[in-house]
Ligand binder design. Structure first.
Ligand code: ATP
Length: 517
């Protein structure tokens, strides 16, 4: 009685584990038919220079062969639109990626997303169907199959509470997709509910590979620890690990499993220190051996004074034995104890009753996205504030209510957003030539005309995003430095000093360090 999709996935999983990251993309990727338009022109040279291999066999689509229908998502690095593919006569999702053609680092990050997506081909991973370029600007759109929902939007929709068979169905698909990513040498590094898309047939697909990275388990390379949305971030990342593996994605899966079953996020921390504290309170303080072996960068400053006993089973006592057991192993402090996506798929959670329901038996929901959930939440907050005369008491109660149900998590790098904003201001302040153009406020994807037919054209209206470079700080430790990084690095150092100061204050508040130490 398992999900048919999972059976397909299990078949894929039983194939010998592929290390495809050693093969050129052209040998390992199927070229979707949607990518062979008759009016294909050539790729811009700047794109060929960074993503040439990944573009082999593909022709660019022209942005003006799509019609914008609506904006359906906005993230740290992109705006996402529902759009009508005029040539193919079907709906697609177009992700307009922010980058700056004259900033090599931002272009490399954008290219990395393309490269990673082209390694993947699985029913539970969103499929990159093509890339559209603009005739009039350097704007670039990643074209995906259109998905009606994301899991944040769905979980937060009024009246929606998932049953155990439904949760099993989603988890089976999530783990199957993740198993595929890991077998192809890809770490997602931002698994969260808003990055899990769902269609009306109940099929779940992992999306948003903007922070994903390739890895080789046999030759671990240094990677940045500034990845994954705070609420879903593994403890080793919070402690500054740079040498990590599939365990970080499995931790996020554990958080999602608990969230779906409990109806609210398990670790809704506001800062990195608070996040870690919440984790230790729940999972127990790490052993002496953990601290000794981990050699993690922030271990000495963040190590809490209190000794906590693990209370996973007490906290989730109303859950079934098999659910509890899977949560317990995915939320292991030691990444080695979390197992792999494959071991999770073989867990008794999936082999004991009640079994996962069939995706096609899931209820049909009205379209719901994280963006809708955010808008609903904002509208509810506004009403509550105006009713209660904007008093402090009403604000507090609104925050409490907000935390008591599935709510959109802050962005993967929410902490960095503030700094980016500050950086933009500083850039303008020090009067760098046309920098104000290069760093427009996030999500101001303006200049989009709305014709009377309600559809917005992509032609000639898409210059704003192509000039933003926000991804640099996230993974800067992995990337070779360029001259242009001088200033950015300087700003980052200032930021770190400030963050360190903030962290210290929090640590004092949490009793981890002495006031005068
Ligand atoms: N293929 C798709 N079909 C439908 N909606 C989509 C699709 N891809 C993305 N979206 C919507 O757009 C939102 C943002 O997309 P995505 O996560 O890829 O962008 P991002 O800029 O990396 O976001 P974030 O910073 O939140 O991680 C998603 O949460 C989802 O609601």
């Amino acid at each position: 009685m398992g999900c048919p999709i999972s059976k397909r996935s299990a078949a894929a999983a039983s194939a010998p584990s592929e290390k495809l990251h050693h093969q050129p993309p052209s040998e390992r990727t199927r070229i979707p038919p949607a990518l062979s338009p008759s009016d294909a022109s050539t790729w811009p040279t700047w794109l060929l220079s960074v993503a040439g291999d990944s573009l082999l066999g593909w022709n660019p689509r022209q942005a003006d062969s799509f019609r914008k229908v609506a904006k359906i998502g906005s993230g740290t690095y992109s705006n996402v639109y529902k759009a009508w593919d005029v040539e193919a006569g079907r709906m697609v999702a177009m992700k307009k990626v922010r980058f700056d053609v004259v900033e090599p680092e931002s272009v490399r990050f954008m290219a990395r997303e393309i490269t990673v997506l082209r390694r993947l081909d699985h029913p539970n991973v969103v499929r990159l169907e093509g890339i559209a370029i603009s005739r009039v600007s350097s704007a670039l759109y990643l074209v995906f199959e259109y998905m009606e929902h994301d899991l944040t939007g769905l979980a937060a929709a009024p009246g929606v509470r998932f049953t155990e068979p439904q949760v099993k169905c989603y988890m089976k698909q999530l783990l199957s997709g993740l198993e595929h990513c890991h077998s192809r040498g890809v770490l997602h590094r931002d698994i969260k509910c808003s990055n899990l898309l769902l269609d009306n047939e109940g099929i779940l697909k992992i999306a948003d590979f903007g922070l994903a990275s390739t890895f080789d388990p046999d030759h671990k390379a240094r990677m940045t620890s500034h990845v994954v949305t705070l609420w879903y971030r593994a403890p080793e990342l919070l402690l500054g690990a740079t040498n990590y593996g599939v365990g970080i994605d499995l931790w996020s899966v554990g958080c999602i499993l608990a969230e779906l079953l409990m109806g609210k996020p398990v670790f809704p921390g506001r800062t990195e220190v608070e996040q870690l504290h919440m984790i230790f309170k729940f999972c127990g303080s790490p052993s002496e051996k953990y601290w000794k072996n981990s050699k993690l960068r922030h271990a000495t400053i963040i190590r809490p004074k209190q000794n906590y006993t693990r209370c996973v089973r007490e906290t989730f006592k109303e859950l079934s034995h098999s659910s509890l057991s899977l949560i317990d192993s995915l939320l292991a402090l030691d990444p080695a104890d979390r197992g792999t996506a494959t071991t999770a798929l073989n867990h008794q959670f999936f082999t004991t009753e009640p079994y996962a329901c069939d995706p096609s038996s899931l209820p049909q929901y009205p379209p719901s996205k994280e963006m809708d959930a955010k808008l609903r939440e904002e509208a509810r907050r506004q009403i509550s504030v105006s009713r209660k005369g904007n008093s402090e008491a009403s604000r507090r109660s609104s925050v409490r209510k907000c935390n008591s149900r599935a709510v959109p998590a802050p962005e993967a790098n929410a902490e960095l957003q503030v700094n980016l904003e500050r950086m933009r201001l500083m850039m303008t302040h020090i009067n760098m030539t046309s920098k104000s153009e290069k760093f427009p406020p996030p999500h101001q994807d303006g200049a989009v005309g709305v014709p009377s037919n309600g559809l917005m054209s992509f032609a000639g209206s898409d210059t704003s995003f192509a000039s933003y470079s926000g991804r640099g700080l996230i993974a800067s430790k992995e990337e070779p430095r360029t001259e242009e990084h001088g200033l950015r690095r300087l700003l980052e150092i200032k930021r770190n000093r400030r963050v360190h100061g903030t962290k210290r204050k929090e640590l004092v508040a949490l009793g981890s360090v002495k006031h005068n130490s």
